[in-house]
Design a protein around this ligand. Structure first.
Ligand code: NAD
Ligand code: ZN
Length: 251
């Protein structure tokens, strides 16, 4: 087994509290494109024109048409991959305290993870811009764009647009978890969107090990993370899981 994989399996088994920070990269193998990088949505559209709250307020129909409708269609068919399943298994085995995800796709929960903080909210729920009523996306009529609440107001996904605050309870809980962890697994994120990108720094300042899983180096690599396991999250987490399985049931 690869030395870094073995080292990571041993670290996880010996740790007191492990937390994972995940990003769009972990869901690429489920067919959901990331925002940045090759094949990313930002190659096709300008983030400020479609993902900023001001753009949504100015022209909700346009944002629903360009971004949200397609994203929503992808999310209804996407299934968790080995990356999500691996993290869920680590939690079940008692080696992972919580996942803090920047994703809005619900795939960690679909994989069986129970302790999940949806740092940027979720696409699984909609919220009315006028009366604040929340409704499960599955129950909203998306054949009419923009979709509307019974009060006539326009629905928006219950996620965090650029230009909006992170829900304070998610920020506080994430900081507590990261403050208290001795290992932070950073999986499939370029760690460039603040304030989520702060979490690895916070972990390091508190003496935790920061371990990255990503096919590409990120701004954390060589500066904040202890090391990078270079590869897709599904394959790497499968290997780590096999290593952990051997350590917990020695022959
Ligand atoms: P990002 O788009 O900035 O970066 C994606 C990262 O994934 C890159 O570092 C890339 O090298 C890596 N990657 C590529 N293939 C991978 C693989 N097979 N396994 C693991 N990693 C792989 O993503 P981000 O840092 O999460 O920031 C984008 C923001 O956009 C997030 O805040 C998120 O809310 C949102 N977003 C969410 C989804 C989703 O819910 N699935 C999809 C797109 C964007
Ligand atoms: Zn309403």
């Amino acid at each position: 087994m690869d030395a870094l994989i073995q080292q990571t399996a041993e670290t996880l088994v010996g740790a007191r509290s492990v937390v994972a920070l995940t990003g769009a990269g972990i869901s690429i193998e489920s067919g959901i494109p990331p925002f940045r990088g090759p094949g990313g949505l930002w190659e096709k559209m300008d983030p400020m024109a479609v993902a900023h709250i001001d753009a949504f307020r100015r022209d909700p129909e346009k944002v629903w048409t360009l971004l949200l409708h397609g994203m929503q269609a992808l999310l209804t068919t996407a299934r968790p991959n080995d990356g999500h399943l691996g993290l869920a298994r680590l939690e079940q085995w008692g080696y992972l305290r919580s996942v803090i995800t920047q994703n809005v796709d619900g795939l960690h929960q679909a994989a069986g993870s129970r302790a999940v903080i949806e740092f940027h909210g979720t696409f699984a729920w909609q919220r009315c811009m006028d009366c604040g009523h929340r409704c499960e996306t599955a129950r909203v009529d998306l054949t009419k764009i923009p979709p509307r609440c019974p009060c006539g107001g326009i629905y928006r996904p219950d996620c965090v647009f650029f230009g909006e605050m992170i829900p304070p309870q998610h920020l506080v809980r994430s900081q507590q978890l990261v403050d208290g962890c001795d290992v932070l697994l950073v999986v499939g994120t370029s760690a460039t969107v603040q304030p989520a990108a702060m979490m690895p720094l916070l972990a390091k300042e508190n003496g935790a090990q920061v371990i990255e899983i990503n096919p590409e180096p990120t701004p954390l690599t060589g500066r904040i993370s202890n090391y990078l396991i270079q590869g897709g999250s599904g394959a790497v987490l499968n290997d780590i899981l096999a290593g952990v399985a051997k350590l917990r049931a020695p022959s």
